[in-house]
Ligand binder design. Sequence first.
Ligand code: IPE
Ligand code: IPE
Ligand code: MG
Ligand code: MG
Ligand code: MG
Length: 298
Amino acid sequence: MIEQHLNACKARVEACLVAQLNQLPRSEVQLADAVAYSLKVGGKRLRPALVYSAAASLRADLTLFPPNLTPLDLAAAAIESIHTYSLVHDDLPAMDNDDLRRGQPTVHRQYDEATAILVGDALQAWAFELLTQIDTLPADKVLAMVKELAQASGPKGMVLGQALDMRATGVFESADYLKQLHSLKTGALIRSALRLGAYCMNAGPKERRVLSAYGDAIGLCFQVVDDILDVTTDSATLGKTAGKDQEADKLTYVKLLGLEGAKAEAQHLCAQAKASVGDLPNPQVLVELADYICNRAN
Ligand code: IPE
Ligand code: IPE
Ligand code: MG
Ligand code: MG
Ligand code: MG
């Protein structure tokens, strides 16, 4: 059931991404090719699924595959674009220095470092352009969505988390520091995906608060599981190099709490997320998604 839902979300966002990528100008430089490469090589499309799932939890009917792009499709594509930019830059030699991403060579390996920097730059700006293409919601709603994504991804959100991550590499920090770092570098975009879905549905402040609380818990849970998978799973299954965190001496939940402690923390956060959504009109999809995020294999 959840697999079917995730596949349907994936198909919808990928159709939107391909349609939009086809509109990028081709030129003598490989920028559009490299942008398309970064997005098309795969990925679970989890953040898009959260956009659609937030809407489903507020009774959006996702069974119809609409002929035209909807606000949900553009919001889902926008957040996947920001997320992919964050991965392209995360993999750069100056950051995590990774060769493998989504089962393929990282962008700086496939092309070169300058191209990877520019792909990230391009994806970041493009995400906001996608949001501004929403023309079936009032302009003030679209503006609120632009602000939402900007705050979650910029110097108050994901980028701040990445800066905290770089600083904590090779040194030990407190549990509070790690919680803040993970909540920002990964949680902020996950929470934002849910809030974007809520905006598309014209949700009220109470529903937005519930979805934000779910996002806080499941966003942190997602990164705790990422830390666990780095030590328990092989590179082929992950589609990225396993064992990198220990090699780089990253501060992770496994380093802080040990493997069993990290697993218990992930379960605790998952339960917290599930308990938070009971008052939504259709919480089941978010409950199943929380279990998927906590128990995933890659
Ligand atoms: C990886 O995210 C980076 C983190 C924030 C932990 P995902 O595990 O969602 O990566 P893709 O999109 O499926 O490749
Ligand atoms: C990445 O965290 C978070 C962002 C890209 C914002 P990680 O460095 O743990 O992600 P992976 O393990 O390389 O996917
Ligand atoms: Mg990193
Ligand atoms: Mg990394
Ligand atoms: Mg990781």
